[in-house]
Design a protein around this ligand. Structure first.
Ligand SMILES: [Zn+2]
Length: 432
């Protein structure tokens, strides 16, 4: 009985203390303030630990991130906006690039634009920089950019290009860099699962990566929404295909990787079946394009001194210390690898009936013929380790290609054919 009374007294005292601690703080504009920027404003404020504050903004914000000294930690730091509560964590991607040298929080995307929030400072003490973002509205009908995913549909899935979803926001300043993809890395955005405007989510992530982290462009190559919509990430700027653009998403070791981000937080709940279907279709298409096997692992320079084996289809946490892509997504990876493999095989069967390869085995040369006057866009011969030996690229206007094989050592090779409709076909080729 005495213990119960003590507990009541303690709770009563704590409520009283919390009420005392709740106060309004003023936001001081950080210098210099760019008045032309309606999408990004930076403020500074000073906080005490374990204190509740109300922050009011002069204009609407659609998302927010905090930055503070690298020596601080984020424990029990909360943002309350409307009915939503957000627990802030450190964004490891931001530290990977070291552009700011600061601790940056994960992005908080509000369900609706807000002009004030409650802020529980938790472990934070001293100066905190508040980045307010306003991604505006794109008013995009994303349904128009989806098509039903059929097992026989082996072309690149429908996607929304950056110049469509980025409307009204500043373009990346620098041109993209190319990367030959050997690994696909799965992420989650660690943003609220209550966000239902997925275009807005992508626009906010774009602002966060470019404005707060100081990157040239959004970090990922693709972003997949819970309804199966696929947004293109890094912009190829008409110079590169977007799946070949070097991104910023994998432990500062991005070369050779393509990053796909599942929109939401998938720590305890898995992505929707529509999102997973879109992930499998996109991954199958890219792996067929690059002649990758989703069940394999391959060397990746994860540390500076040596290369390490990494699954061809991997999660962000396989590369460095992060929760990403969420435990629930990560647990699905073995199953997803098998689904990708079977979708790739299902795509090969109808193509196998249309393509003739002769003579087999080959000695000095090999001919590839495609039926129904389809166009052959490119042909490549890889050895079994994945090394490229022969390549005939560019537009070939005929449906027949001759490849010289007399320079190849005797052995087994992989013939890789790209057709005019951007489907890809692989076949074993024995050279004598
Ligand atoms: Zn990640």
């Amino acid at each position: 009985m005495k213990n119960t009374y003590s507990l009541f007294l303690l709770v009563f005292l704590l409520i009283g203390l919390a009420r005392e601690a709740c106060s309004q703080v003023s936001l001081v504009p950080s210098q210099p303030v760019d008045p032309s920027s309606s999408y990004h404003t930076i403020y500074k404020t000073t906080v005490h630990p374990s204190t509740s504050y109300t922050l009011s903004f002069p204009a609407e914000a659609t998302s927010l991130a905090l930055q503070t000294e690298a020596s601080q930690v984020l424990n029990d730091v909360y943002i309350l906006a409307g009915k939503d509560t957000f627990l802030l964590k450190e964004e490891v991607h931001a530290r990977e690039t070291n552009t700011t040298g600061k601790l940056t929080s994960t992005l908080v995307i509000f369900s609706k634009p807000v002009t004030s929030i409650k802020f529980l400072s938790g472990s934070l003490s001293g100066e905190v920089v508040v980045h307010l973002l306003n991604a505006g509205q794109a008013q995009l009908d994303t349904k128009a950019y989806r098509r039903s995913q059929e097992t026989t549909d082996c072309m690149k899935p429908a996607t929304i290009s950056q110049n469509i979803w980025r409307t009204g926001l500043p373009a990346p300043a620098q041109l993209p860099e190319a990367s030959q993809v050997a690994h696909i890395i799965v992420h989650h955005s660690a943003t609220s699962n209550n966000v239902t405007d997925y275009t807005a989510a992508v626009r906010n992530i774009y602002l966060y990566h470019t404005q707060v982290n100081g990157w040239n462009d959004i970090g990922y190559n693709f972003l997949v929404a819970p309804d199966g919509t696929i947004f293109e990430g890094r912009d190829g700027r008409d110079q590169l295909e977007e799946d070949n653009v070097l991104g910023a998403h994998f432990c500062a070791k991005n070369r050779g990787t393509m990053g796909i981000c599942m929109l939401g937080t998938f720590t305890s709940t898995a992505p929707t079946s529509k999102a997973l279907e879109a992930l499998v279709s996109l991954t199958s298409w890219k792996m067929q394009k690059e002649n990758l096997n989703p069940l394999n692992s391959a060397l990746h320079p994860l540390n500076n001194t040596s290369a390490s084996l990494l699954n061809v289809l991997a999660g962000h946490r396989d590369g460095c210390n992060t929760e990403c892509p969420g435990t629930a997504t990560y647990a699905l990876l073995p199953q997803l690898r098998l689904q990708v493999k079977s979708q790739m095989e299902a795509c090969q069967e109808p193509l196998a009936q249309q393509i003739t390869i002769y003579p087999q085995p080959a000695s000095r040369e090999v001919f590839i013929n495609v039926a129904n006057d389809q166009e052959i866009r490119a042909c490549r011969i890889y050895d079994v380790t994945g090394k490229l030996h022969t390549m005939v690229a560019g537009k070939i206007t005929t449906n027949q290609v001759r490849l010289d094989t007399h320079n190849l050592a005797a052995g087994m090779y992989i013939l890789h054919v790209q057709l005019g409709d951007n489907t890809y076909f692989t076949h074993k080729l024995l050279v004598l």
